[in-house]
Design a protein around this ligand. Structure first.
Ligand code: NAP
Ligand code: ZN
Length: 349
């Protein structure tokens, strides 16, 4: 065990403060990474404040981690000291169930181990995330980063916001000839736009923030629709093959379901603390529409997404912050005032 510096919260009403936690010793299959950058996901806020009712304290959030390998276990073969590496939302899974065997560890039947707010397989210990000096992770859950080193801060958010939008875009076949809607221009939403555009789809952003219109287009949206403008919404009825809804609060789903074509799908990726108001069943039935969900993505697909982004020069658009700004960043995130992902410069720890 070794002590590492972190930012942690000790209770749901408490701010994040400097602290220390123990990391396990390096096992033969482990990689130790000194963290350069960690993105700030809305899930960090939900968890730090126990909005999902499952937080174990102390809580050290952070699952968009990029850094440099500083030590490797004796059996590690895919990484060497000095490599740039990434860690996303998972650090372990059972490896035996059908989902794990298919490389969809996020749907592990035994439940995968979250990068923070564990518990770890075997020991049951809580896991601590990336608002930290370093992290120790099993080699099979560590990703290779092939972007230019100068872009690393913008790569961090790909590890969650990137894969969470890439996976449903791929699963539901976003590409040329498909019309894709992205609801909400925050961390996930802005990656959704960039990725859907790069995959060749026709992309429409739905936003509640009129002042994000220009940015939506610059990021790759072909059209921007203000979701509380009934006329603009009516013009989009029955036209979407896929809508990815990233909104983190309960809201009316009917306004988006009616925009789907026959057989169209709306995939929810936002996880509000309380349920959405119920939707109109007949809006689904009458056009064989589907309401779906999607959780991050498997390790293999995360590597595919990272390589796709490196090849297409895609990274997140970020606001780099020192760690002592984190509590203010959370408040701004709640006001939809993120352009478009906060990333912590971990040298400030
Ligand atoms: P975020 O940066 O805060 O973005 C959410 C966006 O939703 C806001 O920027 C805003 O965009 C829009 N919004 C906010 N309030 C709204 C309201 N009342 N009505 C309609 N739209 C509203 O959050 P994020 O980091 O992208 O995360 C989004 C959600 O996804 C969170 O619940 C998070 O926990 C979840 N998540 C899920 C997965 C998964 O695997 N499924 C992975 C990561 C995160 P506009 O200003 O454009 O309206
Ligand atoms: Zn996340």
């Amino acid at each position: 065990m070794s002590k590492v510096k972190v930012y942690a919260t000790l209770g749901s009403g408490m701010p994040l403060i400097p602290s220390e936690v123990n990391r396990r010793r390096l096992n033969p299959h482990d990689v130790q990474i000194e963290i350069n950058y960690c993105g700030v996901c809305h899930s960090d806020l939900h968890t730090a404040r126990n909005e999902w009712g499952n937080t174990i304290y102390p809580c050290v959030p952070g699952h968009e981690i990029v850094g440099r390998v500083s030590a490797i276990g004796t059996h590690v073969t895919r990484f060497k000291v000095g490599d740039i590496a990434g860690v996303g939302c998972m650090v372990d899974s059972c490896g035996l169930c059908f989902s794990c065997k298919e490389g969809e560890e996020q749907y592990c039947e035994g439940g995968f181990t979250f990068t923070y707010n564990g518990p770890m397989f075997g020991t049951g210990d809580n896991t601590y995330g990336g608002y930290a000096q370093n992290i120790i992770v099993k080699e099979s859950f560590v990703l290779h980063i092939r972007h230019d080193e100068k872009d690393l801060a913008g790569v961090a958010p790909l590890l969650c916001a990137g894969i969470t939008t890439y996976s449903p875009l791929r699963y539901w076949g976003a590409g040329p000839g498909k019309k894709v809607g992205i609801v909400g221009l925050g961390g996930l939403g802005h990656m959704g736009i960039k990725l859907a555009h790069a995959l060749g789809a026709y992309v429409v952003l739905f936003t509640t923030s009129v002042n994000k219109t220009q940015d939506g287009k610059r990021l790759g949206a072909d059209e921007v629709v203000i979701s509380h403008d009934h006329q603009q919404m009516a013009a989009q009825v029955n036209s979407f093959d896929l809508i990815i809804n990233t909104v983190a609060v309960p809201h009316d789903l009917n306004q988006f379901l009616s925009l789907l074509t026959r057989n169209g799908t709306m995939t929810l990726v936002g996880v509000p603390a309380t349920p959405h108001p119920t939707f109109k069943t007949y809006d689904l039935i009458r056009n064989r529409r589907q309401l779906a969900g999607s959780l991050i993505g498997g390790i293999r697909e995360t590597q595919e997404m990272l390589d796709f982004c490196a090849e297409h020069s895609i990274a997140s658009e970020i606001e780099l912050i020192p760690i002592n700004y984190i509590n203010e960043a959370y408040e701004r995130m709640l006001k939809s005032d993120v352009r478009y992902r906060f990333v912590i410069d971990m040298s400030s720890l």
